[in-house]
Design a protein around this ligand. Structure first.
Ligand code: ADP
Ligand code: TRP
Length: 334
């Protein structure tokens, strides 16, 4: 019999992801979700978690649809994976309330998200808790509710979220100690951070550096950005080292093995300028992304369709959540 292992991850509803996010997080996550047995992977858009920082509902709703369209366009199968909007599953609000009572306040004091805010305040000479609302402070409890509500075993996340998943495991443990074996203990599965994708200026591609290439830029804009990737000043005829080149690094993720081997040879033998290498990279990235880009635009032009897909996911998520929430209520309140 196949082991029933549940995998789940939450996605922040932010603006357009970049090629670093695509290669480092989105594609690995879609592969994992599609590879899990049908109905045993959950992916949701964490709009409740956005509330501690964003007060404009239009902004949140827009980002929810955009990010849903991004994942669907890139191949997330919403029949296979239970794909939904966090706030469409009210069971999570209820579980959050229950979990609050087994979560030590001291645990929250240690949360990275909260500590980062405190550090910023301290550095600015402000009150320690300035601008910190309870949504931010108790962010890990809601995240534990997200995870524990579906009997999750594995939580694929970036390294910045590892502590939060460990907290979910701790909270499940505190609960089980008092009330018996109700929750499974989840384990984080941390994405490799080796081979971080470089941005236009050679540093790690990141929104915070403004050096990113958004995944669904139109071809003209995509080309313009790729042409701006910084290089050294080697002349066209000189041999070049592909292993220190942002152009080559990106190419390896968008071209097949034979094409990669070919470009490596052209770098090493000399005779190709960086401008030409960039044009080759542009063609590969654009070929890879042009069909998803069209699907993305099509989806966004039919927001009702996105909403219906997410609503269908929420129905399935609620059905999975109900027995666990019932059990929690029973063991806590009778
Ligand atoms: P940003 O630095 O642009 O704000 P995020 O922190 O939102 O990006 O990244 C979300 C996830 O995307 C990270 O957990 C990581 O797995 C992946 N990621 C981000 N930047 C890169 C990059 N340059 N190369 C590879 N993966 C990345
Ligand atoms: N906190 C995660 C992030 O910032 C998003 C998230 C919310 C999440 N709930 C989750 C991730 C549950 C994994 C499991 O990226």
């Amino acid at each position: 019999m196949q082991k029933k292992e549940i995998i789940l991850t939450g996605i922040k509803p932010t603006g357009m992801p970049h090629l670093g996010n695509l290669i480092g997080a989105i594609m690995p996550m879609i592969k994992l979700a599609n590879a899990a047995p049908a109905g045993q992977s959950f992916a949701f858009i964490a709009d409740l978690h956005a509330l501690n920082a964003v007060t404009d509902r239009h902004e949140i709703a827009t980002h929810v649809r955009e990010i849903a369209a991004v994942y669907l366009a890139l191949g997330l199968d919403a029949e296979h994976t239970i794909f939904f909007r966090q706030s469409d599953v009210p069971e999570v609000y209820a579980l959050n309330t229950f979990l609050m009572n087994v979560t030590p306040k001291g645990l929250m004091n240690r949360a990275h998200s909260y500590k980062a805010a405190v550090d910023r305040n301290t550095a600015a000479g402000a009150d320690t808790d300035a601008g910190v609302n309870m949504g931010l402070y108790t962010y890990p409890v809601l995240m534990a509710a997200d995870i524990l509500l579906y009997g999750t075993d594995i939580v694929p996340v970036g390294s910045d979220q590892k502590q939060h998943v460990e907290f979910a495991r701790d909270i499940a443990g505190y609960f089980n100690n008092i009330y018996g074996d109700v929750f499974k203990l989840p384990t984080p599965s941390i994405r490799a951070e080796t081979g971080l994708i470089a941005g236009l200026d050679g540093r790690k591609m990141s929104k915070s550096y403004g050096n990113q290439i958004p995944i669904f830029d139109e071809p003209a804009e995509l080309k313009k950005k790729i042409m701006r990737i910084i290089t050294d000043s080697k002349l066209p005829e000189e041999p070049k080292n592909p292993d220190v080149s942002t152009i080559f690094q990106l190419y390896t993720h968008f071209a097949d093995a034979a094409a990669v081997k070919d470009l490596r040879a052209r770098f090493e033998s000399g005779g190709m300028g960086y401008g030409d290498a960039k044009k080759i990279l542009f063609e590969a990235v654009n070929d890879y992304l042009s069909a998803p880009r069209e699907r993305y635009k099509e989806l966004l032009s039919a927001p009702d369709k996105i909403d219906a897909i997410l609503a269908h996911g929420a129905e399935r998520a609620r059905a999975a959540a109900a027995p666990i929430l019932d059990k929690v209520k029973k063991v806590m309140l009778g």
